[in-house]
Design a protein around this ligand. Structure first.
Ligand code: TXA
Ligand code: MG
Length: 323
């Protein structure tokens, strides 16, 4: 895409978006997790445009989005029963399943591996776009490589304006953090990226043990640590450290527990999020985007609880903090 051509923004005109996809363009569109940058997963040139727009290394594979579990076998082979059980329990929804790929799936999509990650998203517009395009849609988060994931159309434009054909503006993504990725090709199903669907939910649905990958966050190929850094440096502080330290002017805070903040506090620079993990997830990236626009000297993030519902959030926090 030529950077002189501004990106089109329009609401839920799915046939217009499908026409662009069929012409080999990339279109950003909301999923329930974050906005995705969608392109025809069978079109090598369209896939190349995703990597170019994001400035993302070619070795980093893409999730293929499908309209229902019935499409799994088009993309994957040797599908174990457990994959169908997971699809039954959680699709459409924020769960991505790693499977053995069919021989024809493009190396550009899989990073040259023999696996493919599939997801059926819970977004009516996205499903309509898959159906209208008549193909699976490869879609990474619609942000430049290493930038914060977008949960609104405006966030997409902050890093991709002029680099992609269009954004379908569907309002705010409801879940707010990227899907859980689970590998079902191993003896014990293994969570490669923690997300909205945690180990307890997975074990309850499957009636068997799942595990987290040993080095979470960097097992997934190409996903370098510090994946989601905003321009402003972010530091993680405990509630006590935050209260003891006090704030100087031009410093921002994102908190969850109503800490007693001392010193200079400008209302615009303090974002109080929910102490409920799902609500916190829905607001977290938007809070970072909002403070990142203020050209602050730094952002302090109050460290969140370590209990199960917070695992995915703590994983994303680990990727935004400096150092
Ligand atoms: O919620 C989500 O999953 C969003 C929305 C748009 O669906 N998508 C998303 O895509 O987060 P992306 O590209 O930002 O992250 C996908 C992750 C990458 O870290 C990639 O390395 C991993 O999935 N992945 C994709 N295919 C893989 C494969 N065959 N083997 C291992 N990891 C894979
Ligand atoms: Mg991403």
């Amino acid at each position: 895409m030529n950077t002189d051509t501004p990106t089109l923004v329009f609401p839920d005109d799915i046939s217009r978006a499908a026409t662009l996809i069929q012409a080999g363009e990339c279109v950003a569109i909301k999923t329930e997790t974050v906005y995705g940058l969608a392109a025809d997963a069978t079109n090598e040139r369209a896939i190349a445009k995703i990597f170019e727009a994001k400035a993302r290394p070619a070795s980093n594979p893409l999730i293929v989005h499908i309209a229902s579990a019935a499409d799994m076998a088009k993309w994957a082979k040797d599908i174990p029963d457990i994959a169908f059980e997971l699809a039954n329990a959680f699709w459409p929804g924020p769960l991505s399943i790693l499977l053995k790929k069919q021989y024809w799936v493009l190396d550009a999509v899989t990073g040259g591996q023999d696996t493919v990650v599939l997801r059926c998203p819970a977004s009516k517009d996205f499903i309509s776009l898959i159906q209208a395009s008549g193909t699976g849609l490869a879609a990474p988060s619609a942000n430049r490589y290493k930038f914060i994931s977008p949960t609104t159309a405006a966030h997409v434009l902050t890093s991709l304006n002029g680099r992609i054909a269009a954004v379908v503006d569907g309002g705010s993504a409801e879940v707010g953090i990227e899907s859980t990725i689970i590998d079902v090709t191993q003896d014990v199903p293994t969570i490669l990226r923690p997300g909205p669907i945690d180990d307890v939910m997975l074990e309850r649905a499957l009636g068997r043990k799942v595990r987290y990958a040993a080095n979470l966050g960097i097992t997934v190929p190409g996903s370098a640590k510090q994946h989601y850094q905003p321009d402003t440096p972010v530091f993680l502080l405990s509630t006590e450290e935050l209260e003891r330290r006090g704030l100087r002017s031009n410093e921002g805070v994102i908190s969850y527990s109503q800490p007693r903040l001392a010193g200079h506090l400008d209302d615009d620079c303090h974002i109080q999020l929910s102490d409920n993990a799902s609500e916190y997830s829905a607001q977290f990236y938007a809070a970072l985007h909002q403070l990142d626009k203020l050209a602050l000297s730094c952002i302090y993030l109050e460290s969140t609880p370590t209990s199960t519902p917070w695992i995915a959030i703590n994983n994303r926090i680990g990727r935004v903090v400096a150092g």
